[in-house]
Design a protein around this ligand. Structure first.
Ligand code: SAH
Ligand code: SF4
Ligand code: F3S
Length: 470
């Protein structure tokens, strides 16, 4: 029998909120409203987690700042996906030691995927003594209790035990944007792609109940949100762990039925679990944006097997053909890793062939970075970095050409865009997104931000489109 997800009892979440209130009683007595700086690295899941941490902080009486000198509490939410992400976070944490010397009352908190890696907590304990509080993603819901303990006892707290994770509902959220919102529908990952650290640091796959997700979306739509992205590491395996199993296509359909003028997106999908039923649901649901992010990582079957992706190139291409036949104007994006251990330049060229055949609108491209504890980190990796870089540059050059060609095809068309930001750039005071999430820089009245409006596309380059309100 499949193991059911642990759900945190509501009384436990209430207990955390009570800690917030006790902290708020204290902070209310401080001379000034305390400010918190929240710095987030990594993916949208981390962004979404930071919004919940901000929700807790607001309830504790904190305001927010980006100025670290002003901050009474600094929270760094880290990522571990590649070595670079880790080094950046550690570099920034190291630099905080000087501020803490000037302001010993400052509380420095470190959370997220990086701290959950084996050995990392010990490293922080020894070498980053100015860090007060360290907790992994699975302990996030207990943040208020940790802050309370720290304020009371002055001891350092480490909450990084190996934890398959749970679901906690009812944590307050302070969102960063008023138009676009993230909604986590599931946490964790069970796939163990051989290069990837995520399953080790984010615990097992677990799904929120559909009624909680749908209630959150309804609330967002009521509050004026227009662009809602459902988040999970592999949304296509949503619902398998629920007491009453429900698949992702059914969830999407239920979300689509919520009244209001808004767009639904989702990420990420794993090709092995992306089905005809999903594509057909996307085609039928008018609020689901015509866009799919479907990482394929590599175009060679031997490499895909070594990556433990559990699909072949042909299976991937067949799914794309099926999707294009249902939604001809689908916008496609993908993730690619160059230089997986043992990948030859000839095998890498199979990746280029996939680009030529699919013609993605945009790509997220990475050079393989060994992550301690993953199988790929122990594989022979004879190719010199210079050769990997040369391949990487060939890949981006090809994609730049394709992106530019695809963007050029928009010129002259009128597209219904969601206008989001206003910018300082007088020539292009607005930016917007096509339904497929392509960036458009727009001439027109900045007051239109937050609305869906028709935009005539007048120009394009490889990064973005240009247009005017009609
Ligand atoms: N769950 C998502 C991806 C999450 S990580 C999925 O399965 O598609 C985002 C991307 O980072 C991955 O798709 C992969 O392309 C890249 N990535 C992950 N681990 C990596 C590593 N060790 N080195 C280089 N890139 C990596
Ligand atoms: Fe990592 Fe693979 Fe899980 Fe994506 S599906 S998070 S790449 S293990
Ligand atoms: Fe990074 Fe964790 Fe996301 S490792 S990419 S923040 S799931």
């Amino acid at each position: 029998m499949e193991k059911k997800t642990a759900v945190i009892p509501q009384s436990e979440v209430e207990r955390q909120l009570a800690f917030c209130d006790r902290i708020a009683e204290r902070t209310a007595q401080w001379e000034q409203t305390p400010l918190a700086a929240v710095i987030t690295y990594g993916c949208q899941q981390n962004e979404a987690d930071s919004e919940r941490l901000r929700g807790y902080l607001a309830r504790m009486g904190y305001g927010f700042t980006e100025d670290l000198e002003q901050a009474r509490l600094i929270l760094i939410n880290t990522c571990a996906i590649r070595e670079h992400a880790e080094q950046r976070a550690l570099g920034n944490v190291g630099a905080l030691v000087h501020g803490k010397r000037r302001h010993p009352e400052q509380l420095i908190c470190l959370c997220g995927c990086m701290v959950q890696q084996p050995g990392m907590a010990e490293k922080i304990r020894q070498s980053y003594r100015h860090v007060d509080l360290v907790f992994g993603p699975q302990a996030l819901w207990r943040f208020p209790e940790m802050v309370w303990e720290r304020l009371r006892s002055r001891g350092r707290t480490f909450q990084v035990e190996d934890d398959p994770g749970s679901i906690a509902e009812g944590i307050p959220v302070v969102r960063q944007d008023g138009i676009k919102a993230w909604v986590s529908i599931m946490y964790g990952c069970n796939n163990f792609c051989s290069y990837c650290i995520v399953p080790y640091v984010r615990g097992r796959e677990r799904s929120r109940k559909p009624e909680d997700i749908l209630a959150e979306i309804r609330e967002l739509v009521k509050d004026g949100y227009r662009d809602i992205t459902l988040l999970g590491q592999n949304v296509n395996s949503y619902g398998k762990d629920l007491a009453e199993p429900m698949d992702f296509a059914a969830l999407l359909e239920a979300a689509n039925a919520i009244p209001g003028d808004f767009l639904l997106r989702f990420m990420t999908s794993h090709p092995k679990d992306a089905t005809h039923r999903l594509f057909e649901t996307m085609a039928r649901c008018e609020k689901v944006a015509p866009v799919l992010h479907l990482p394929f990582q590599a175009g060679n079957d031997r490499i895909l097997k070594a990556m433990n992706r559990r699909h072949t190139r042909e299976e991937y291409l067949a799914k794309i053909r099926d999707l294009k036949s249902l939604i001809p104007d689908i916008v496609l994006t993908s993730d690619i890793i160059v230089g997986f251990p043992g990948e030859t330049t000839e095998e890498f060229e199979d990746t280029l062939k996939v680009l030529e055949e699919v013609r993605f609108d945009a790509l997220f491209t990475f050079i393989f970075s060994p992550r301690a504890g993953t199988p790929a980190a122990r594989m022979e990796d004879p190719m010199p970095r210079s050769e990997k870089l040369a391949n990487f540059n060939r890949l981006t050059a090809l994609q730049d050409r394709i992106s530019e060609e695809k963007h050029a095809a928009y010129v002259g068309k009128t597209v219904r865009c969601l206008l989001d930001l206003t910018s300082e750039d007088g020539a292009w005071p607005l930016t917007g997104r096509t339904p497929g999430n392509r960036l458009v820089r727009i001439q027109g009245d900045a007051a239109a931000a937050g609305q869906f409006r028709n935009v005539k596309i007048t120009g394009a380059n490889k990064w973005s489109l240009f247009g005017e309100l009609t």
